[in-house]
Design a binder for this molecule. Structure first.
Ligand SMILES: C[S@@+](CC[C@H](N)C(=O)[O-])C[C@H]1O[C@@H](n2cnc3c(N)ncnc32)[C@H](O)[C@@H]1O
Length: 373
């Protein structure tokens, strides 16, 4: 279940945080297809750039290959953390990591890329690759058939100037292209969305890319009115920062901590705060929810995620609820919006002495939670 045998050895890989009765593996056949392709086609030793690895199957296997080194890149702090934890389990040194808008620390000789869930992120990453790679560097991409976008080959042609689909293998598919050595097209991001605070920038792949989420809109109508002076607020899973920005508009004395695991979400939030409230007292936290933050909050605001990559479920929301229950000041409140059918009420009732509905419509419910147990 946890042992991946690859062309250069074997790795022990876990999904983090570890869960009792975990049924999902930390790799799939698209990872194996990419590793086999690298073993068969890489012509000489060289540095491999790995993009969107989720748990280290790609980066750590390449590290075990030992030829030329590996650099990993992606948008997710959780994926970066998973890779480094699995590096530790396998007694490998931490993988050199590069965020989506950073320059590569050194030249890459080939690229292994998992096709991301977000088409916008895919476009931004292809455009970034065209700027970072020397002409002719091979780029191999893979994904499971059920997750692949139809436009993939045309996007490869647009951003890299060439690209083709190859054979399927065990429900995974490979695509190949070579780098053009220059930028052929700039991805149309960040996009803009209108919000009550003004027009907000939204970088590629960030939640509610084209318009304000209807849940967020409803949440904005049900934010807490009565807060202490200079309240300490967390916008947990902030995305483009729309919720925390509304708090700053209503309570200019608030200290707001914007938290997200997506690099480009935090970048969006940072730029939006700088444009709307340059004097505000704010902190930006890139990590797993509130973990690693010191001090309690008077109010934590959360429009929770309902998937992690392609895995849909409320496990991330539940983790964030637990974190929030431990990080409130006395008398503090967690305020959550959720779809009616998700039944967050029950889970929150196990963590808080008081859970009250403060707003609802046919689709959403806003819950106010106090008195952590
Ligand atoms: C439903 S979106 C809400 C975004 C924004 N608050 C809004 O209302 O439009 C959930 C956000 O949670 C972030 N997220 C997911 N897992 C997280 C985690 N473990 N820690 C921090 N943020 C996380 C996602 O990147 C996403 O931006």
């Amino acid at each position: 279940m946890h042992e991946l045998t690859h062309p250069w050895g074997t790795l022990t890989l876990y999904r983090w945080p570890r869960r009792r009765n975990e049924t999902l593996q930390a790799w799939d056949n698209a990872d194996r297809y990419l590793l086999n392709t690298l073993a068969e086609r890489a012509q000489q030793p060289g540095q491999t750039l790995v993009i969107n690895d989720s748990h280290g199957a790609l980066s750590l296997a390449v590290a075990q290959c030992g030829e030329g080194g590996v650099v990993a890149s992606g948008d997710s702090w959780l994926a970066m953390d998973n890779i480094q934890r699995n590096a530790g389990i396998n007694e490998l040194t931490p993988v050199n990591y590069c965020w989506p808008d950073e320059d590569l620390p050194s030249a890459a000789d080939r690229v292994l890329m998992r096709v991301p869930k977000s088409l916008a992120l895919l476009e931004a990453q292809l455009s970034w690759l065209s700027a970072q790679l020397a002409e002719g560097v091979p780029v191999w991409l893979s994904g499971m058939d059920k997750h692949l976008p139809r436009q993939l080959v045309s996007l490869l042609e647009k951003y890299l100037g060439n690209g083709q689909a190859e054979y399927g293998w065990k429900k995974a598919r490979l695509f190949s292209a070579t780098a053009p050595g220059k930028v052929l097209a700039v991805a149309p991001y960040p996009s803009k969305v209108e919000s009550p605070t003004g027009s907000l920038v939204v970088h590629a792949g960030v939640f509610s890319q084209q318009q304000l989420d209807i849940g967020a809109r409803f949440f904005l109508d049900h934010l807490p009115d009565h807060l202490p002076r200079e309240p300490r607020i967390a916008d947990l899973g902030c995305g483009n920062g729309v919720i925390g920005l509304a708090v700053l508009q209503q309570h200019p004395d608030a200290h707001v901590t914007f938290c997200d695991e997506s690099w480009l979400a935090l970048k969006s939030a940072r730029e939006n705060v700088a444009a709307c409230f340059p004097e505000a007292k704010v902190v930006f936290h890139h990590g797993d929810g509130l973990l690693g933050l010191e001090g309690g909050f008077d109010c934590i605001l959360l429009n929770p995620p309902f998937h992690e990559g392609h895995t849909v479920g409320d496990h991330v929301a539940r983790r964030l609820f637990r974190q929030a229950s431990k990080q409130l000041n006395e008398g503090g409140e967690l305020r959550v919006i959720g779809n009616q059918h998700l039944g967050y009420h029950k889970q929150l009732g196990r963590l808080f002495g008081q859970v009250e509905v403060v707003g609802s419509n046919r689709k959403f419910v806003v819950l106010s939670c106090r008195e952590p147990k």
